[in-house]
Design a protein around this ligand. Structure first.
Ligand SMILES: [Zn+2]
Length: 496
């Protein structure tokens, strides 16, 4: 038999409805062909898992293109169209047996609130219904009826912070291969819940810990073939925002599994609303001295959640206090980077940085010495999440003001991995305070160098959702006091 071929690719980004900064082409890491496959092989990424599972069964992966970017504002229309068209051109060539899509889910463009569903519809229009098409999505995906109608099996991460990107890609790929071999006929039982998780949604803590345990047990005892629980990006003002429980059976939809998990999720919804310690209290701790560096997640301005990353709330607090150890805080400001590059390392400059899009604290004047500056750099992730992943940094500079290292970039980054700081010449392990633009995921990759604490700061990605201008997505819990009886979603029934 000829070697099986898997078509994999697309465009992966998580959007934030209220971030006014569009995500343009230069923000994407774009890989294709052999380079994409070889770069992914062995890495803990969804594409890495696709390559692993395919090659383990003697199949080959072809990647026409994979665009991948950090979370941010909606993706520019032309960028999405480009990725879609490249993938569709490859689909028209027809030299493959199945499609497996390594996407985030939860992207927006100015005109589309479900680009992933549109991409899948475009692919289906070309390949028809008989070619297996599966996908590996982030647990924070916005799942839609369109996606569920087009995709034979949608596998989501089972961990938050996310550590199972690779195994998600393997689940999606094995499902496609099993379908090709006639061993699997995915039958979906799905439940949608109009609610958000806001703060207590780690999968290694209750209530999600036991929910995922029960999902795993259902798969292990054969009651379901694959189960995912999607917790949805919280900052999408789109129709049908909320949680999805997806349980796939082989031939028969495992209705009971999906319903039981969804009922529990709904019943325990109040437990999913969390609170965070204050910034001041953590800075007080740092001032007294902590055994290991304090790695602070800036909850209100998380690029990992789609925020612009130019917030100055934490920077101002660090500059205002004289009793703190050495620190590093990232701020996006292309103009400030240009000024540092023009001045050059070793020169003192006075700049006004940040606060252009994240409006909870104003632009802030900083006088400091440029200690590093460059037009590009490469980040290599330590992991464990996405270990080995290589990301390109654009123009950047580090401005040292007293003990504060202001890490300036021309684009937002989430600083999920200590590699970001090292790529710009700052060793986070040598500091007392390190600020990241993430709320969960940084805790995995910084665990080796410090104590990770997410602090309650104001901003676009704060979980105080009542402060955000939601309209389309409402009603949903907890903004609206609604009563819901979890029920099975009928495929093809439109928006839930
Ligand atoms: Zn996520």
């Amino acid at each position: 038999m000829a070697k099986r071929r898997i078509l994999a690719g697309g465009i992966a980004q998580e959007s934030h409805s209220f971030n006014p900064v569009p995500t343009g082409r230069s923000w994407f890491n774009i890989r294709a062909g052999r380079e994409a496959v070889e770069g992914a092989r062995g890495s803990n990424s969804v594409l890495g898992g696709i390559v692993d599972a395919a090659e383990a069964s003697g199949a080959e992966v072809i990647v026409p293109v994979l665009f991948r970017a950090q979370s941010g504002g909606p993706v520019e229309e032309a960028v999405f169209a480009d990725a879609r068209d490249i993938l569709c051109d490859a689909a028209r060539r027809g030299d493959f047996d199945a499609i497996v899509l390594p996407l985030h889910g939860g992207m927006l463009t100015p005109s589309l609130e479900d680009p992933e569903g549109a991409l899948m519809a475009a692919l289906r229009a070309i390949v028809g219904d008989d070619v297996p098409m599966t996908a590996g999505f982030d647990l924070h995906a916005h799942v839609t009826p369109e996606i569920l109608a087009r995709c034979d099996l949608l596998a989501g991460y089972l961990t938050n912070p996310h550590a199972d990107q690779g195994s998600t890609g393997r689940r999606a790929t094995r499902a496609a291969l099993d379908m090709l071999e006639g061993r699997l006929r995915p039958a979906l039982a799905a439940v949608h819940l109009p609610m958000l998780t806001l703060g207590h949604d780690r999968t290694d803590e209750e209530p999600l810990l036991s929910l995922h345990r029960r999902a795993r047990e259902a798969v292990e005892r054969g009651a379901a073939h694959d189960v995912s629980i999607f917790n949805a990006q919280q900052f999408l003002d789109v129709r049908g925002l909320g949680q999805w429980v997806l349980a796939y059976g082989n031939g028969t939809p495992p209705d009971d599994v999906a319903l039981e998990l969804a009922r529990t999720l709904w019943d325990r919804r109040r437990e999913l609303i969390g609170t965070y310690p204050s910034l001041e209290e953590q800075l007080d701790r740092a001032a007294r001295g902590t055994p290991r560096p304090l790695v602070l997640g800036d909850q209100g301005d998380r690029v990992a959640g789609g925020s612009p990353g130019d917030g100055t709330h934490v920077l101002r607090a660090l500059l205002a206090r004289g009793d703190l150890p050495a620190s590093a805080v990232p701020v996006v400001d292309a103009e400030a980077v240009r000024a540092c590059l023009a001045a050059g390392p070793g020169r003192e400059v006075t700049l006004t940085v940040g606060g252009r899009f994240s409006r909870v604290a104003p632009p802030t004047e900083v006088t400091g010495v440029v200690v590093a500056a460059g037009t590009s750099a490469e980040v290599v992730y330590d992991g464990p999440a996405d270990a080995g992943y290589r990301a390109a940094l654009g123009a950047h500079a580090v401005l040292r003001a007293g003990k504060v290292h202001v890490v300036l970039t021309d684009q937002p980054y989430s600083y999920l991995d200590p590699g970001y700081f090292r790529a710009m010449g700052v060793d986070p392990a040598q500091l007392g305070i390190v600020v990241t633009r993430s709320g969960y995921h940084f805790t995995l990759n910084y665990a080796a160098i410090g104590e990770c604490v997410t602090v309650d700061t104001p901003g676009m990605t704060s979980y105080r959702v009542a402060e955000l201008p939601f309209t389309v997505a409402r009603p949903f819990f907890p903004l609206d006091d609604i009563e819901v009886t979890p029920r099975l979603h009928a495929r093809g029934s439109g928006v839930p």
